[in-house]
Design a protein around this ligand. Structure first.
Ligand code: NAD
Ligand code: ZN
Length: 251
């Protein structure tokens, strides 16, 4: 069989590496049926994001946030990890990759078998909610029942604070511990692989940039070009699942 030279090169870089760090964006989950933001037809061609100050300021913005969340609930709950997630999990579980830094909020890396302590979530997680004041955790199913009954956004039973999915909105502070760990992992890596991110959302996109500045080998796998392509050692404008699956040798 004739080997595809780009896949051969990616496989060789993976074999030579001792400590891979993955950096993932919405593109790794589109093959699981979750739309990304910036592809044609992506979420933002249809809705304006609600930023954090609006959420705090306005009852209507809080209701709208919860309406949107429940409108996508079926898609989120049905989504299963795909071949791209499985390839990442394989390299983590072989000890080849140390961590996955993700902008995704869908929990699919954990669902694919990556231990939770190796998933660094920069933008939080939308599969559960918490109180913004006391951090009490809430499950979405229970919130949904009360939201559909009362039509009001939920408040915390313990302290009355606003309850929000455990995600980081625009305008909300980044999670400090995750940011520190992401930096440590980036600087310790000898191969940094960015998968399915347009690399335009900061500070997240600062990590592949940091890898490039640190002379760490950088691979960018994304259907469309990104601003960091000129700094990468290997750029693959390809579909994620089949590319990672073939490079890692699994289904
Ligand atoms: P983005 O939408 O800006 O970019 C996704 C990129 O992935 C695009 O450039 C697109 O060309 C590429 N892509 C999509 N499907 C692909 C495939 N099958 N193969 C190859 N490339 C593919 O996403 P981003 O950079 O992650 O930034 C968006 C923000 O949106 C993040 O902060 C994230 O928190 C949030 N988000 C998360 C999810 C999720 O959790 N699944 C979904 C949508 C948005
Ligand atoms: Zn509370």
């Amino acid at each position: 069989m004739v080997q595809d030279p780009e896949i051969t090169e990616l496989r060789r870089m993976i074999e030579e590496a001792q400590r891979i760090v993955f950096f993932t964006g919405a593109g790794i989950s589109t093959e699981s049926g979750i739309p990304d933001f910036r592809s044609p037809g992506g979420i933002w061609t249809r809705m304006r994001p609600i930023d954090f100050s609006e959420f705090l300021r306005s009852d209507e913005a809080r209701r709208e946030t919860w309406r949107r969340r429940f409108a996508t609930d079926e898609t989120m709950r049905r989504a299963e990890p795909n071949r791209g997630h499985r390839a990442v999990a394989t390299l983590i579980n072989r000890g080849k990759a140390a961590a996955v830094i993700t902008q995704n909020i869908d929990g699919l890396h954990q669902a694919s078998g990556v231990p939770a302590n190796k998933v660094i979530e920069l933008h939080g997680n939308t599969t559960y909610a918490h109180c913004l004041d006391c951090a009490q955790r809430y499950e979405l199913a229970e919130i949904r029942v009360s939201f559909e009954r009362s039509g009001e956004a939920p408040n915390c039973d313990k302290c009355g604070g606003y309850v929000k999915t455990a995600t980081i909105s625009f305008g909300q502070a980044m999670p400090a511990a995750a940011m520190i760990r992401a930096e440590e992992e980036t600087l310790a890596a000898d191969l940094f692989i960015s998968v399915g991110s347009s690399l335009v959302v900061y500070p997240a996109a600062g990590f592949p940039e940091m890898a490039a500045r640190n002379d760490t080998r950088l691979v960018i796998l994304n259907r469309e070009p990104t601003g960091l392509d000129p700094y990468a050692d290997l750029v693959l404008h390809r579909e994620i699942g089949v590319t990672l699956g073939e490079a890692v040798g699994n289904n």
